[in-house]
Design a protein around this ligand. Structure first.
Ligand code: PEP
Length: 260
């Protein structure tokens, strides 16, 4: 099956959420920076206050820096917010937008996620757009409608070139931080539907499609060979270098066999 992302390296993204300390970060970042490249793109997204520390410790390494969120405006009277150009200035290459925790707890509705996505692109960042349904929506057979709605709100504001450079993470909310991963069939079907939604907006675009939700070294063993999975967004397991690197290793190994 064709690689959905035009042979770009598969992406292993760590979302640290609101975790870390200067000392713990230093140990984790050193381990990630020193681990030999495995043929995947390795990305870490620490909390805002630690981005400068991470940029310093990752300088010269293969590990890319990302942020977990950005403001919906480029500057101004938005107390507590952090703007996309600030992230770019600090050395970020990626920014997560529309994470379900932001949508559920911080009022990030579709319009705001679209604004953040546009700002990310304008300031040279690659947005990692998260979409996904709740367990109730899944059980009610509404997953496709929910995800299509989340995608249409953003994709409808982007040209084909930006859609092609977007990263889209399918993160079923019922699988995030629960230890209950979606199955291979569920992941494959969801990513197929996401690719179809993308095609309705830009037929030639091939954004990278990630899966996120309780990814571990064990689940990576069966996720990695799935041809539609261009990488993973990892929460809990990204806080330990060994676990995070084991996930990357699984993808690197599958890439060398299944994808050539
Ligand atoms: C996430 O925060 O995006 C996530 C997928 O978390 P976890 O891996 O802990 O489920």
């Amino acid at each position: 099956m064709a690689n959905h992302a035009n042979n770009r390296p598969r992406l292993i993204v760590g979302n640290w959420k609101m975790n870390g300390s200067l000392a713990a970060n230093a140990a984790l970042l050193d381990a990630l920076a020193q681990a030999p490249a495995a043929g995947c793109a390795r990305v870490v997204c620490p909390p805002f206050p630690y981005l400068a520390q991470a940029a310093t410790l990752l300088a010269g390494s293969e590990v890319a820096l990302g942020a977990q969120n950005c403001g919906h405006a480029a500057a101004g009277a938005y107390t507590g917010e952090v703007a996309a150009p600030m992230l770019a200035e600090l050395g970020c290459r990626y920014v997560i937008v529309g994470h379900s925790e932001r949508r559920a707890m911080f009022g990030d509705d579709d319009a705001r996620v679209a604004a953040k996505t546009a700002l990310a692109f304008e300031h040279g960042l690659t947005p990692i757009l998260c979409v996904g349904e709740t367990l109730a929506q899944y059980e009610a057979g509404q997953a496709t409608a929910v995800i299509d709605g989340q995608l249409d709100a953003v994709l409808g504001t982007l040209d084909a070139g930006r859609i092609d450079r977007l990263v889209i993470a399918y993160e079923p909310i019922w699988a995030i931080g629960t230890g209950r991963s979606a199955s291979a069939e569920q992941v494959d079907a969801a990513l197929e539907r996401i690719a179809a939604a993308v095609a309705r907006h830009a037929a030639s675009a091939r954004p990278q499609l990630l899966y996120g939700g309780s990814v571990t070294a064990a689940t990576a063993q069966w996720l990695a060979p799935l041809a539609r999975v261009d990488g993973v967004l990892v929460g809990g397991a990204s806080l330990q270098a060994e676990a995070f690197l084991a996930i990357e290793q699984a993808f690197a190994a599958a890439g060398q066999t299944a994808r050539g």
